[in-house]
Ligand binder design. Structure first.
Ligand code: PLP
Length: 400
C-alpha cells in the first residue's frame, strides 16, 4: 500500500476548494438564521443566497437570476427539469434523449417509457459523437422534450448544443431542450443564451464545491411544475429550507471556475495530453476510445486490449492512483458501460477501459509518475490474460 495519493477521478467528484470552504463557514457557525425569517439576523443568510444566485446566473450567462433554482445535486436538477416540463405539457407524448446519458436522465426516461411515453434514444458514432441526422429525423410535432448532455462523463466528448438546439427548434419550436451540463461546469464556458438550452443542470461537487448542492437554469419562457412540494422557497419551484452554506459555496465555486477556465483549457489540457500520449506511446495494447472527438480538457478514456479494467484499477490503487473503469459491477456480473457499448468499442478493449480525469490540482509530477508506472502495471496484467495469442499478434502488428 502506498501513502501517495494521485487523484485522477475528478469526473466522479472533486476536492473542495479552500476558498469555497471559507465562503461556507460563517453560515455553518454564527450566521445560522433561516433565510425566510423577517428579523435583521436573517439578512446575512438571505443575502448569501441572493449573491450566490447572481454568481450562478453569471456563470451560465442566464438573462436573469430569477431563472436559477438551487437544488441538491445534478440528479435532482435533471429530475426537476424533465418531470417538471412534461407535467406542463401532458398532451404531448414523445420525448427524445441519447443512448449515452448519465443514469439520472436515462433512468427517468425509462420510467417515463413505462408510463406510456414514446421514447427515442439517439445513438453516437465510434468516437462518441452524437448522430445529429438521426436526431433531426426523430423530432416531430408531438415531441415535448429533448435531453442531451453537454459532455459525457465517461469519455468527455462534447455535444454541439447550439446545433442540437437549432435542429430541434427548426423542427418544432415548442419542443423544450434540457442540457445536463454537469460535466462541463468549470471545464468549458457555459452560455445558455448562445447554446439555446431551455433548461440546464449543474452539480457543485464536480467543480470544487461540496456534495449536496446543484442548480437548475429554467429560462423565463419555460414553465415547470415543482418536483418537491412544500413551502414557498425558490419561488415555489423547489420547496425546503435553503441549504445556505452549500448555496454560498456553490456561488463561490462558480466565480472561481469562471476565472479558472483559461487554466483548464491550457494547463489541465496539456497535462491530460501528456498523460494520454505517454500511455498510447509506451503501452502496445492501449487505444484512445474517443478518436478525434472534441472533448473537455480534463478527460481521457483509454482501452487496454485483452485485459480487465478492474485489475488495472486495483494495481493503480496499490500505488495510490485513483481513476475509474468503464464497467459497472452489477449483481456479480461485469457489465461493460452503456456508453462504450453505444460507441461500439471493440469487445477486446471494452472491459479494459479506464477513465482518467484531471483537475486544477493535478500536477506535472502526478502525470510523470503515472506515465512511469502504467507500462509495468499493464505488462503484469497482460501476463495473466487468457488471450496470449491475440496479444502476441497485437505485439507483432505494433512491432514491439
Ligand atoms: N450528469 C452527469 C453527466 C454526471 O456525470 C453526474 C455525476 O456523475 C450526474 C449527472 C449526477 O450528478 P450528482 O452526482 O450531483 O447527482
Amino acid at each position: 500500500m502506498s501513502d501517495r495519493l494521485i487523484y485522477l477521478d475528478n469526473n466522479a467528484t472533486t476536492q473542495v476548494d479552500e476558498q469555497v470552504l471559507e465562503e461556507m463557514l460563517p453560515y455553518l457557525k454564527g450566521e445560522y438564521a433561516n433565510p425566510s425569517s423577517m428579523y435583521t439576523f436573517a439578512k446575512k443568510s438571505s443575502n448569501a443566497i441572493k449573491e450566490a444566485r447572481v454568481k450562478v446566473k453569471e456563470f451560465v450567462n442566464a438573462e436573469s437570476e430569477r431563472e436559477i433554482i438551487f437544488t441538491s445535486c445534478g440528479t435532482e436538477s435533471a429530475n426537476t427539469a424533465i418531470r417538471g416540463v412534461l407535467s406542463m405539457n401532458k398532451d404531448k407524448r414523445h420525448i427524445i434523449t441519447t443512448k449515452v446519458e448519465h443514469p439520472c436522465v436515462l433512468n427517468v426516461y425509462k420510467s417515463l417509457e413505462k408510463q406510456g411515453y414514446n421514447v427515442d434514444y439517439i445513438g453516437v458514432n465510434s468516437n462518441g459523437e452524437l448522430d445529429l441526422e438521426e436526431l433531426s429525423n426523430k423530432v416531430n410535432g408531438d415531441t415535448a422534450l429533448v435531453s442531451v448532455m453537454y459532455a459525457n462523463n465517461e469519455t468527455g466528448v462534447i455535444n454541439p448544443i447550439d446545433k442540437v438546439s437549432e435542429i430541434i427548434k427548426s423542427k418544432n419550436k415548442n419542443t423544450k431542450l434540457y442540457v445536463d451540463a454537469v460535466q462541463v461546469a468549470g471545464k468549458i464556458p457555459i452560455d445558455v443564451q448562445a447554446c439555446g438550452a431551455d433548461m440546464l443542470g449543474i452539480s457543485g461537487h464536480k467543480f470544487h464545491a461540496p456534495k449536496g448542492v446543484g442548480a437548475l437554469y429554467v429560462n423565463s419562457k419555460t414553465i415547470i411544475t415543482p418536483l418537491i412540494i412544500g413551502g414557498h422557497q425558490e419561488k415555489g419551484k423547489r420547496a425546503g429550507t435553503e441549504n445556505v452554506p452549500y448555496i454560498a459555496g456553490l456561488g463561490k465555486a462558480c466565480e472561481i471556475a469562471q476565472e479558472n477556465l483559461h487554466y483548464e483549457a491550457t494547463e489541465v489540457k496539456r497535462l491530460r495530453d501528456k498523460l494520454e500520449q505517454g500511455i498510447l506511446k509506451n503501452i502496445f495494447n492501449a487505444r484512445l476510445n474517443t478518436g478525434v472527438a472534441n472533448r473537455v480538457p480534463n478527460t481521457t478514456n483509454i482501452g487496454f486490449e485483452y485485459v480487465e479494467g478492474e485489475l488495472i484499477l486495483l494495481h493503480m490503487s496499490d500505488l495510490g492512483i485513483c481513476a475509474s473503469s468503464g464497467s459497472a459491477c452489477t449483481s456479480g456480473s461485469l457489465e461493460p458501460s452503456h456508453v462504450l457499448r453505444a460507441m461500439n468499442v471493440p469487445f477486446t478493449a471494452i472491459h479494459g477501459s479506464i477513465r482518467f480525469s484531471l483537475s486544477k490540482y493535478t500536477t506535472e509530477k502526478d502525470i510523470d509518475y503515472v506515465n512511469s508506472v502504467m507500462p509495468e502495471i499493464i505488462e503484469k496484467i497482460v501476463k495473466l490474460s487468457p488471450y496470449q495469442d491475440e496479444l502476441a499478434e497485437l505485439r507483432r502488428r505494433k512491432g514491439v
